[in-house]
Design a binder for this molecule. Structure first.
Ligand SMILES: *[C@@H]1O[C@H](CO)[C@@H](O)[C@H](O)[C@H]1NC(C)=O
Ligand SMILES: *[C@@H]1O[C@H](CO)[C@@H](O)[C@H](O)[C@H]1NC(C)=O
Ligand SMILES: *[C@@H]1O[C@H](CO)[C@@H](O)[C@H](O)[C@H]1NC(C)=O
Ligand SMILES: *[C@@H]1O[C@H](CO)[C@@H](O)[C@H](O)[C@H]1NC(C)=O
Ligand SMILES: *[C@@H]1O[C@H](CO)[C@@H](O)[C@H](O)[C@H]1NC(C)=O
Length: 484
């Protein structure tokens, strides 16, 4: 497992951004749209993936391609959709999003975490993932926003507008246009799931859907949101990050004390306090030595000069009032395989992103997007309240060995909601083992995954699938050992 931090200090001092992506463990082992329905339906078949290099034989269909979200400016988002392995017509539709911002849901979610085909370490093919979430639901992976993976805009200035709102708006339009291609999913039970920075994307998109649903012609059958190690509220996330580093013996008592005394994570100019900035830099410096996304697994020490920079990436960037950000989930060793695979001409042709002659440049995370992201909601907790009040199923899980969005950050965030507890803290089981603990509140469920890092399904694929199945049913995970 590993990944890399490299420190880049930009000229001015004020914003720290630490970059992540996903662990190696995985590897190892409106109305206006409705009118055009008929003509677009036929495009679905054009998106059928028929000859993907090295793909294992499967009985379900999968589709990939572009959906134009803005014709004027020429914006198109890339998706990959896997029908459920059986009884697809009876199963819900789940949209999966990875974060960054700027990272690919195809490169991470689909091919390293929960999709049916996992990129093999030789970079030449795919292997079947028996724990794929499409055994329980129809899974839709979206590369969002423009600039991520294969998604693009023909209008350069669009890239200056990227941010949370822009992303939610384009994803919303994407859904409606996608339903035109796949009309049988138009009224299907729908869930949004994601991890890391998608902790912001998913509730934001859910809120937009909820608001637009007042118009019956735009109604989307959204039933819930599932979030893993989600960025939620900057102040709570930071407090949790430093407290977790201290409580897990990554930093000293002294460093922790300085942070407690000098960092006002709720303020607007947290990083102008040098004592605070320097102490937080010390936290990042220590994390640079290990894998912040998975504290107790080994890091991938690169053995060749072939790949760029194999040290953990920390971006120190200083702007006036933005909170430092740390990107979600990053493993350069693993990412290289995905990069190799998705930059093959035959693969791009099979996925309908290339005509077979012109190669597109695919990267797992777009660093420019990450660095220049300016519209970021400080907290999505007000959106949680709204979605809970609307009766949506809100489930939040946390791999408890992640230092990036640690379990403490999530607990601090959730505790500010002050929700009444309906089922007290208790273990949940997967087969014979305690898989983690959970607590249920009015309108929300929180669960931990014992011994899992930032991208939980990478570490606990079988447990994750069982948990996902419980989420879809809206039933608590097993509270007793399953002895067979
Ligand atoms: C297309 O995008 C531009 C820039 O984001 C926006 O101003 C315009 O309203 C969009 N067009 C449509 C039809 O949504
Ligand atoms: C972007 O421009 C290319 C080249 O002109 C064109 O083929 C493509 O359809 C455009 N994309 C969109 C979404 O309009
Ligand atoms: C931070 O800035 C926002 C918007 O500019 C303002 O409403 C808020 O009062 C400020 N908070 C503090 C603690 O200064
Ligand atoms: C920073 O720490 C030093 C040494 O403890 C202290 O003298 C100084 O007052 C602190 N500065 C701020 C702004 O808290
Ligand atoms: C592909 O994109 C990356 C990131 O934007 C860039 O560093 C690299 O030079 C590009 N490669 C090619 C062949 O254009």
């Amino acid at each position: 497992m590993d990944f890399i931090f490299k420190v880049i200090v930009f000229h001015t001092l004020a914003l720290i951004v630490l970059i992540s992506v996903e662990p190696v463990v995985c590897h190892r082992h409106g109305n206006k749209w409705v009118g055009r329905k008929r003509s677009i339906t036929s495009e679905k078949n054009g998106d059928l993936v028929a000859d993907l290099a090295g793909q294992p034989d499967v009985s379900f269909k999968h589709y990939a391609g572009y959906v134009t979200v803005n014709e004027t400016n020429g914006r198109a988002l890339f998706y990959w959709f896997y029908e459920a392995t059986a009884l697809a017509d009876e199963k819900p539709l789940v949209l999966w999003l990875n974060g960054g911002p700027g990272c690919s849901s195809v490169g991470y979610g689909a091919t390293q975490e929960i999709g049916p085909f996992i990129v093999d370490t030789n970079g030449n093919g795919l292997k079947y993932n028996p724990y794929s979430w499409n055994t329980k639901a129809n899974m839709l992976f979206l590369e969002s926003p423009i600039g991520v993976g294969f998604s693009y805009s023909n209008t350069t200035s669009d890239y200056n507008d990227l941010g949370d709102d822009f992303t939610a708006n384009d994803a919303y339009i994407f859904l409606h246009k996608w339903f035109l291609k796949f009309p049988s999913y138009r009224t299907r039970t729908f869930f949004i799931a994601g991890e890391s920075y998608a902790g912001k994307y998913a509730p934001e998109l859910a809120e937009l859907i909820h608001d637009k649903n007042v118009d019956p012609s735009l109604h989307i059958n959204l039933q819930g949101v599932l979030l893993g190690n989600p960025e939620t509220s900057d102040a709570e996330d930071w407090r949790g990050l430093v407290d977790y580093a201290w409580s897990h013996a990554v930093i000293s008592d002294e460093t922790h004390r300085i942070i407690r005394e000098s960092c006002d994570f709720n303020g607007n100019d947290t990083w102008s306090n040098n004592n605070c900035s320097e102490a937080v830099e010390e936290v990042l410096k220590q994390y640079k030595e290990i894998d912040i996304y998975s504290l107790y697994t080994s890091t991938c020490i690169g053995n060749s000069a072939e790949s760029e920079d194999r040290s953990m990436q920390v971006m120190m960037k200083r702007t006036s009032n933005m909170m430092p950000r740390i990107m979600g989930g990053y493993d350069p060793c693993l990412d290289d395989y995905a990069k190799k695979f998705y930059n093959r001409l035959d693969v791009q042709k099979a996925l309908h992103v290339s005509d077979g002659h012109h190669l597109k440049n695919w990267t797992i995370c777009n660093m420019k997007i990450f660095n220049e992201w300016s519209d970021s909601k400080k907290s999505v907790l007000p959106i949680y309240k709204k979605l809970i009040a609307a009766g949506l199923r809100m489930w939040v899980y946390s791999g408890d060995t992640d230092g990036r969005v640690p379990v403490l950050s999530t607990r601090y965030s959730l505790s500010t909601l002050g929700l009444p507890i309906t089922k007290a803290w208790r273990p949940w089981y997967h087969q014979k083992e305690v898989s983690g603990w959970f607590q249920e509140y009015v309108g929300l469920m929180f669960a931990t995954f014992r011994g899992a890092g930032h991208s939980v399904p990478c570490f606990k694929p079988s447990n994750s699938l069982a948990f996902f199945a419980a989420f879809l049913l809206g039933e608590s995970p097993p509270t007793a050992r399953q002895i067979t």
